[in-house]
Ligand binder design. Structure first.
Ligand SMILES: Cc1ncc(COP(=O)(O)OP(=O)(O)O)c(N)n1
Ligand SMILES: Cc1ncsc1CCOP(=O)(O)O
Ligand SMILES: [Mg+2]
Length: 211
């Protein structure tokens, strides 16, 4: 049963682009995306605060679900819709502060043991990856593949899930066929010849997410 210890999210979060700038956030909101993530790596909080503030304001203006990756203190300070954290982050983050501030929480997982750990935190959604090989991030583990993803989805029942890693436009239909609630993509949009068309096609397949 889905009883998160953080505010709930709809089972279907739909298309979920993960991008590294406010420019991308603005473009994608304008293109109709309603679930997205700001993922800027390896900067100090003071270096990214302005971008985080602007992204959160844009997300609010479009009534979108904007998750901030990693910079949970800034997300709390500026009242983002939600925060996305990795397994290692769970050990060093004040989850109570995120909960008390009323932010949603998404957690990355790569295997059954990590799913156990994520479930213990009772986040708003669980991300499952990486499904396919990816050029975007160095991964220490092997890709899960579709069969494993389908098994995780089955295991998680009505828990909102997000698949990530190597999901292209061509592969999106088979990923969605597992019953996953959302597909998170980086290069399928940011490296596309025509990002606008790619976004439109991915939105047609995955939807904008439920209210
Ligand atoms: C939707 C989604 N799923 C997984 C990740 C990966 O997050 P994390 O493990 O924190 O790794 P980094 O993205 O910080 O490199 C994600 N960002 N979004
Ligand atoms: C951030 C992240 N976490 C797991 S895979 C990944 C990158 C996904 O990027 P792409 O969609 O380009 O494979
Ligand atoms: Mg992270």
């Amino acid at each position: 049963m889905y009883q998160p210890d953080f505010p709930p999210v709809p089972f279907r979060l739909g298309l979920y682009p993960v991008v590294d700038s406010v420019e991308w956030i603005a473009r994608l909101l304008d293109a109709g995306v309603r679930t997205l993530q700001l993922r800027i790596k390896d900067q100090r909080d003071d270096q990214v605060e302005d971008e985080v503030v602007t992204a959160i304001a844009l997300g609010r203006r479009y009534n979108a679900r904007l998750f901030i990756n990693d910079y949970w203190q800034l997300a709390v300070k500026h009242q983002a819709y939600g925060v996305h954290l990795g397994q290692e982050d769970l050990e060093t983050t004040d989850l109570n502060a995120i909960r008390k501030a009323g932010l949603r929480l998404g957690v990355s997982t790569h295997d059954d043991m990590e799913i156990d750990i994520a479930l213990a935190a009772r986040p708003s959604y669980i991300a499952l990856g990486h499904v396919f090989p990816t050029q975007t991030k160095q991964m220490p583990s092997a890709p899960q593949g579709l069969a494993q993803l389908a098994r995780y989805i089955e295991r998680l029942g009505d828990y909102p899930t997000v698949a990530i890693g190597g999901i292209s436009l061509a592969r999106a239909p088979e990923v969605l066929a597992t019953g996953v609630g959302s597909i998170a993509v980086v290069s399928a949009i940011t490296q596309a010849d025509d990002w606008h068309q790619a976004t439109r096609q991915l939105l047609e397949l995955a939807g904008v997410g439920d209210e």
